[in-house]
Design a protein around this ligand. Sequence first.
Ligand SMILES: Nc1ncnc2c1ncn2[C@@H]1O[C@H](COP(=O)(O)OP(=O)(O)OP(=O)(O)O)[C@@H](O)[C@H]1O
Ligand SMILES: [Mg+2]
Length: 234
Amino acid sequence: MIELVNISYEIDNKKILDNINIKFDSNFTVITGPNGSGKSTLAKIIMGIIKPTSGKVLYNGEDITNYSIDKRARSGISFSFQQPVKFKGLTVFDLIKLSSNDELDFNSSCDILSKVGLCAREYINREIDDSLSGGELKRIEIASIFVRNSNVTIFDEPEAGIDLWSFKNLISIFKELREKNNSKTIIISHQERIISIADKVIILENGKVKDDKDYLLNELNLKKCPKLGGDVNE
Ligand SMILES: Nc1ncnc2c1ncn2[C@@H]1O[C@H](COP(=O)(O)OP(=O)(O)OP(=O)(O)O)[C@@H](O)[C@H]1O
Ligand SMILES: [Mg+2]
């Protein structure tokens, strides 16, 4: 489990995160909040891409604040960027196979692609370069992270650039992740459907955790979300 203790982050004398304390003890936690509230910064601190100005990141009780990205990845923490990364020279099949530690064969890799709404026959041998659209790249990245079976997986706006049709597949993938008992998923999202399947919702505003569910209900009009006290079963 990841725990953030008194995390603050400042840059150019501007406070981006202000004394954040969060225990990611649920299977499926969604972080939401306005643009610029500090969500991606928080994810980058968990993954070790940036170091907090003060405070600690604990992983199963161990202080990992000064661990490199590599060391965190090796200990089972994965991160899906808001802007997906390209891997020139690597095919989609290579990436999925590598991500699953060579465990997946061609057919199983194709099944994963179908799960994210891509026609396997068309994409499995494509190179992961500029020829793929933003939404395609994002879906391939999600597939590669899904097969990694990490202890902790962080997704930064997985819905970005994904069309309505593929979004349905995405929700099923996230529901599958939610049911995995040996792994914790943290998703940054503005999407009502993703928020509605969360075990826990954290709202960030101006770099602070806003512990006010009515705020979210009013802001996003999520009257139907049972996790937020709504009245419709998910
Ligand atoms: N290196 C930096 N230099 C200056 N400002 C920064 C830097 N990194 C982040 N910020 C600022 O910190 C704030 C939080 O950024 P962050 O990317 O964490 O927001 P976010 O909540 O993920 O927003 P969005 O919903 O738009 O993705 C923003 O105002 C951003 O401009
Ligand atoms: Mg962001």
